[in-house]
Design a binder for this molecule. Structure first.
Ligand code: B16
Ligand code: MG
Length: 237
């Protein structure tokens, strides 16, 4: 009897409802809350072109959830280009300046469909909300989208030392929430991000294509038709 539990004692017969024990949700940023992947692509593609490296949108897919320096290394490897430590730092900084310029006018119209209503529902149901993003620009983006008010905890690229698929970004979130990963749902759009969540012991909901996110516990195409009720139905914690 899903959702109901019957307890018999000597004197009582109690029927209690068993809520799924979702105590918190951790959201990835790029690709889950906002579609910034296109801006990352424009900035990386410009840098690749300047270096004479061919870099396609398909190859950009491999950079979802991947940190800035690791992304740069990947693009350089595509063109067999070698750079010194300092040159890599300069290139990464240049790309980031271009990216920041591209997102300088970002506003809440770019929040992906269904996100705000889910955050509202979680908030009013007292389910904790955290961010688990590889991006060092995450806090600035949350502020620009006026979403910071929803988040109890924010862990981003400025806090972590290990990139996804290492679970660090999510386990730091769970630690700061003072909750066990077994009661937390992670929303992720990247294969590496799902890997990180699973390795950390979280329930992982993939947001995107089920063929690409086949390591997730559940895959949803997006948050447009997703709400707390559907979350409770799909998340078996
Ligand atoms: P930044 P997420 C990731 O964010 C992006 O998916 C990835 O494309 C980007 O390279 C990475 O952040 C680092 O971003 O250069 O802004 O520090 O998906 O983990 O929220
Ligand atoms: Mg992402």
């Amino acid at each position: 009897m899903d959702g109901l539990r019957i307890i018999k004692t000597k004197d009582y017969l109690c029927v209690i409802t068993t809520q799924r024990m979702i105590q918190a949700c951790i959201f990835d940023l790029d690709g889950v809350i906002v579609d910034t992947a296109k801006y990352h692509f424009i900035a990386w593609a410009q840098m690749a072109e300047d270096l004479g490296i061919s870099f396609t949108e398909k190859e950009n897919e491999n950079l979802k959830g991947v940190g800035r320096m690791e992304s740069l290394e990947y693009i350089l490897s595509l063109g067999n280009v070698e750079k010194s430590h300092q040159e890599k730092a300069d290139l990464a900084q240049l790309k980031n300046e271009h990216y920041k310029q591209l997102i300088s006018n970002i506003n809440n119209e770019e929040i992906l469909p269904g996100v705000v209503s889910l955050l509202d529902e979680l908030k009013s149901s007292h389910i904790k909300i955290a961010l688990g993003s590889s991006s060092k620009n995450a806090r600035g983006i949350l502020n620009a989208l006026d979403l910071m008010k929803y988040f109890d905890v924010v862990v981003d690229g400025t806090d972590i030392t290990k990139s996804k698929p290492d679970p660090q970004v999510f386990t730091m979130g769970a630690d700061q929430l003072k909750l066990s990963p077994s009661h937390i749902v992670v929303f992720e759009d990247a294969y590496n991000g799902i890997e990180a969540a699973k390795q950390g012991g979280f329930f992982a909901i993939g947001v995107g294509d089920e063929n690409e996110l086949d390591n997730a516990d559940v895959v949803i195409p997006g948050m447009a038709d997703f709400n707390l009720n559907t979350l409770k139905q799909v998340a078996s914690l």
